[in-house]
Design a protein around this ligand. Structure first.
Ligand code: ADP
Length: 466
């Protein structure tokens, strides 16, 4: 059976409230009643002692029993539910409440037992008879026999007091239940309302509305964290969706031109308008090679951009890596009568994906080669600081126009379309390089002056943990 969070929370508060009331009621019933009974018993003993004291002080004052004074004490005792009888040394009764007013005594005893039976059903009381000696000059001159209902007896005011107490307990319980319910409902609403809003956003995201966001400012850490996670999720999905849309349009745009060229060339040759000579077939072949390159580069980029693909983390010696690539590029630079210089000021080993770092170096070196005229130079600088590794690729080639600089890391962006046609670039090399450096926790920057050359600068953290 499933319940709403709100119902569950309200019910829990109510349950806690009821449990507290139950515990308080049970404890107060046990302890309060016990101490109240003790109080009543003590009170009865005190009452008896007071009667004895009053009688004793009469004897001390007058030396003999004074029937009038004794009667006053006896009647007062009777009014308090105590029956007394004074007996002299020789057994003669001086004063007896039962003789004085037997009817009242009988009536009082019956009233006591019936009312107690009503108030406390399992009450086991009986008429208790005790006697106390009365002294004259240190010698016993008689005794007072005291009869009362014991071990305890609740007077009407005692019962009224207990009833008030119970009523108070009942009122407190009622207030506690109302408070538990209202606080519970309030708290439940405060927790469930933002959750419902977050849930609604999640539902919208599921339905494809990746722009949906939740703006909540609660005082609950977990709800704030959940809101943030849902917003982050929406943002990731939104970015991925944009990327997917852009990729689809970019790819179709990039493929449309070479495919149209190929199609028209092929059709012209099939229709006999053109001869299928070597130069035309070569041009078609070039278009196919370009498309294959483009698809290959896209594949590579997809692999790097996919967060699910983990990096291979191995210690990579940067110096060795660059020296190897310089060897690989030497002959190509030589063909253009250009030089590569390596200013190596460090020899650091970092944790990185060796193949991917190689890819970045290859991309930057081949760009320097492609976008420089003959008799040019490429300077590679390698230095470190306390925390970072720096790699610089400075060429003295064509340079990049200021307007193109912010875009050159974008997918398919080529600064100089006319020159790019001849160099055969597809505009993905720098995008791949940036993605690799970013995944290594580093940065890649460019500064360039048209006609003078470009400087690509890479900064990598020394302990690159991917
Ligand atoms: P491509 O395959 O076209 O070289 P890149 O992503 O490597 O793709 O480079 C994007 C564009 O940036 C290039 O088309 C080029 O116009 C410009 N570019 C890159 N490197 C350099 C450089 N060293 N000198 C001048 N222009 C460059």
């Amino acid at each position: 059976m499933k319940f709403k969070l709100r119902t569950k929370l309200s019910m829990s508060y109510l349950l806690i409230g009821l449990l507290c009331i139950l515990i308080i009621s049970v404890l107060s019933n046990i302890f309060l009643e016990k101490s109240f009974i003790n109080y009543v018993i003590k009170n009865q003993t005190l009452k008896n002692e007071t009667i004895v004291e009053q009688l004793q002080s009469q004897i001390d004052r007058e030396g003999v029993f004074n029937s009038d004074a004794i009667e006053t004490i006896g009647i007062t005792a009777l009014e308090q539910g105590v029956i007394i009888r004074i007996v002299s040394m020789n057994g003669a009764t001086i004063w007896d409440a039962k003789v004085h007013n037997n009817g009242l005594c009988e009536e009082m005893i019956t009233h006591m037992s019936t009312s107690m039976m009503q108030k406390v059903p399992n009450w086991k009381g009986a008429l208790i008879v005790t006697d106390y000696p009365l002294l004259q000059y240190g010698k016993t001159m008689g005794k007072v026999v005291i009869e009362f209902y014991g071990p305890y007896y609740f007077t009407d005011s005692d019962v009224a007091f207990m009833e008030t107490l119970n009523l108070l307990l009942l009122a407190v319980s009622g207030i506690a239940i109302v408070m538990a319910l209202s606080v519970g409902t309030l708290m439940a609403r405060r927790i469930s309302k933002p959750l419902s809003i977050v849930m609604e956003t999640a539902r919208e995201i599921t339905n494809g509305n990746y722009e949906a966001r939740t703006k909540l400012n609660t005082t609950t850490v977990e709800i704030d964290a959940l809101t943030e996670s849902i917003n982050d999720l929406a943002e990731t999905l939104e970015n991925q969706e944009k990327l997917r849309q852009r990729l689809t349009s970019d790819v179709s745009h990039e493929l449309r031109t070479p495919l149209a060229t190929l199609q028209s060339h092929m059709e012209a040759m099939i229709d006999g308008i053109w001869d299928a000579d070597i130069s035309r077939l070569k041009s078609c072949h070039e278009e196919i090679v370009r498309m294959t390159q483009l698809v290959g580069a896209l594949e590579k980029l997809a692999i790097i951009e996919n967060d699910a693909n983990k990096f291979e983390r191995v210690p990579v010696g940067i110096r060795q890596l660059i020296e190897n690539q310089i060897k690989n590029f030497e002959s190509d630079f030589y063909k253009k009568n250009s030089q590569i210089e390596f200013e190596c000021l460090a020899d650091e080993t970092i944790l990185a994906d060796k193949n991917q770092l190689n890819q970045v170096v290859v991309n930057l070196m081949s760009n320097a080669l492609k976008y420089s005229p003959e008799n040019s130079r490429l300077i590679i600088r390698y230095y470190v600081t306390y925390e970072e590794v720096f790699l610089e690729f400075q060429d003295y080639g064509y340079g990049i126009a200021e307007a193109d600089l912010p875009n050159i890391f974008e997918r398919f962006y080529r600064a100089d379309q006319s020159r790019n046609r001849t160099t055969g670039g597809v505009g993905i090399g720098l995008t791949i390089s940036k993605a690799i450096i970013n995944r290594h926790g580093g940065k890649i920057m460019v500064s360039s002056t048209l006609g003078e050359g470009s400087l690509f600068k890479i900064v990598l953290p020394k302990t690159t943990i991917v």
